[in-house]
Ligand binder design. Structure first.
Ligand code: S3P
Length: 193
């Protein structure tokens, strides 16, 4: 995406959305296409603890994970355009909404609830779904988060029927329409939404 690179110096692409939305794999596609750097809050937290995300949850609990996640986001200050992949719960901390917006264009990868759940159930490594009835827990978590994703996102992409590569192309095409004067935190023109 030459236009984006040339016109939008210093602005990152921030991927948000529920578990199973495809943030990590779309992030890798975007990275390949743009040659931007890639940062992932889950990876930063996991490497800080030297543990996997499920291990952090079981050893220290969700609260400790959330604090580390917020700190990872707060400390992000990329000096070049970066693809930033976030954990699905990043929006739970109110302060994070501002941190996300400050970093660049916030892109919400959304999908049908059933599709999201199927993807997550297949992978089996989401500690939040290890209690009660996972399907019901998932529905509750999603309902609580939808307004938060909607509030912070500049752009929403429905990923239900698209491949990761198609999603990356859709995102870059929307970003190409932003224009050179757009700044993080500003409204997105209707043509780019
Ligand atoms: C979480 C999502 C996970 C990870 C952790 C908590 C959540 O990341 O941060 O298991 O609360 O939705 P993904 O969104 O990449 O699955």
């Amino acid at each position: 995406m030459g236009h984006w690179t040339v016109n939008q110096a210093g602005k990152s692409i921030v991927l948000i959305g529920m578990m199973g939305a495809g943030k990590s794999s779309v992030g890798r596609c975007l990275q390949r296409r743009t040659q931007f750097a890639l940062l992932d809050t889950d990876e930063i937290v996991a490497s800080k603890f030297g543990l996997s995300i499920p291990e952090i949850f079981s050893k220290y609990g969700e609260q400790v994970f959330r604090e580390a996640e917020t700190q990872a986001l707060r400390e992000m200050a990329p000096d070049k355009q970066t693809i930033i992949v976030t954990g699905g719960g990043i929006v739970l901390c109110e302060d994070n909404l501002d941190f996300l917006k400050r970093l660049g264009v916030v892109v919400w990868l959304d999908s049908k609830e059933e599709t999201l759940f199927e993807r997550v159930a297949r992978s089996g490594n989401r500690p939040l779904l290890q209690r009660g009835n996972p399907r019901e827990v998932f529905a509750q978590i999603l309902q609580a988060r939808l307004p938060l994703y909607a509030k912070v996102a500049n752009i929403r992409v429905d990923t239900s029927v698209l491949t990761d590569e198609e999603i990356a192309v859709a995102i870059l095409s929307k970003l190409g329409k932003l224009g050179r004067n757009w700044r993080p935190g500003s409204p997105i023109p209707a043509t780019a939404r």
